[in-house]
Design a binder for this molecule. Structure first.
Ligand code: NI
Length: 261
């Protein structure tokens, strides 16, 4: 059994065929999924899915890539996180990949937004879902300054080299790997997959993006997290069931979900 710790099944292509998506999870022994919020405008669609399906959970947050959207305050995030199916704050973090003409100084809005999310995580003691791209030093620095390790959380869709993983682990964070780990060229991510302590490892799809091999380039969905899990099990020399059990228990522990659900 596997759990998808990060998906966007409220997005087009998945939202319009949810019963099938959930059925595919069942037939691939994917027992739970966390549907992750990217902005407040689309949060209702995330919460609606979490309300409808017992084994789907939700988060509240605004993605660092989303610029022209409602800027959340700590109080708003805290209030929205009180929903009984909301188990995390995010996704949040820093993304300097699409800087364009701008300098790092121009990205202060991203850093402020990230701090706001970390403060909301402190206030609710719900874990953070952190996105970082081309910004790992600043991401880790802000996490340290705001003591993100107190609520804790997960570095999602992790694609950084091992030393960055070590620094996140030292801050009490989990590491979540997506289908990227199955890509032939992703040798750094494969190294991380072998070295992360098993009790800090999560798996995800980030669907509808990043389908694992053998579905690479096609639309992704939570059922395919089983391919991510099996690939990592092979890398670590573990049985599929062992890897599945460990990452499932990690999911329940981090997001404080009673395992009996
Ligand atoms: Ni995502």
């Amino acid at each position: 059994m596997f759990v998808d710790s990060h998906c966007h099944i409220n997005f087009e292509g998945l939202a319009d065929r949810l019963p099938q998506v959930l059925e595919n999870m069942r037939s691939n022994a994917v027992t739970h999924a966390l549907c992750v919020s990217v902005d407040l405008e689309t949060l209702p669609s995330v919460l609606d899915i979490a309300n409808r399906f017992e084994n789907v959970y939700a988060s509240v947050g605004v993605h660092p890539d989303h610029e022209d959207v409602k800027e959340p305050s700590v109080a708003e995030l805290v209030e929205l996180a009180a929903h009984p199916k909301v188990v995390a704050i995010g996704e949040t973090g820093l993304d300097y990949y699409r800087l364009g003409e701008r300098t790092l100084a121009d990205m202060e809005w991203q850093r402020e937004r990230f701090r706001t999310h970390i403060r909301a995580a402190h206030a609710t003691m719900k874990p953070l879902i952190v996105h970082t791209r081309a910004a790992s030093d600043d991401t880790l620095r802000l996490m340290e300054e705001e003591r993100a390790g107190v609520p804790g959380g997960v570095m999602h869709c992790f694609t950084e080299p091992w030393p960055i993983a070590e620094r996140a682990l030292a801050q009490n964070f989990y590491i979540s790997l997506s289908g990227i780990v199955t890509f032939k060229s992703a040798t750094e991510v494969q190294e991380v997959a072998r070295r992360v302590p098993i009790e800090r490892l999560l798996i995800e799809t980030d669907s509808p993006y990043l389908a694992p091999v053998p579905f690479r380039g096609k639309p992704n969905e939570p059922a395919y997290v089983s391919h991510v899990g099996r690939y990592i099990a092979q890398q670590r020399g573990l049985a599929d069931a062992e890897l599945g059990e460990a990452t499932t228990q990690n999911f329940f522990r981090l997001f404080k979900i009673p395992a009996a659900v």
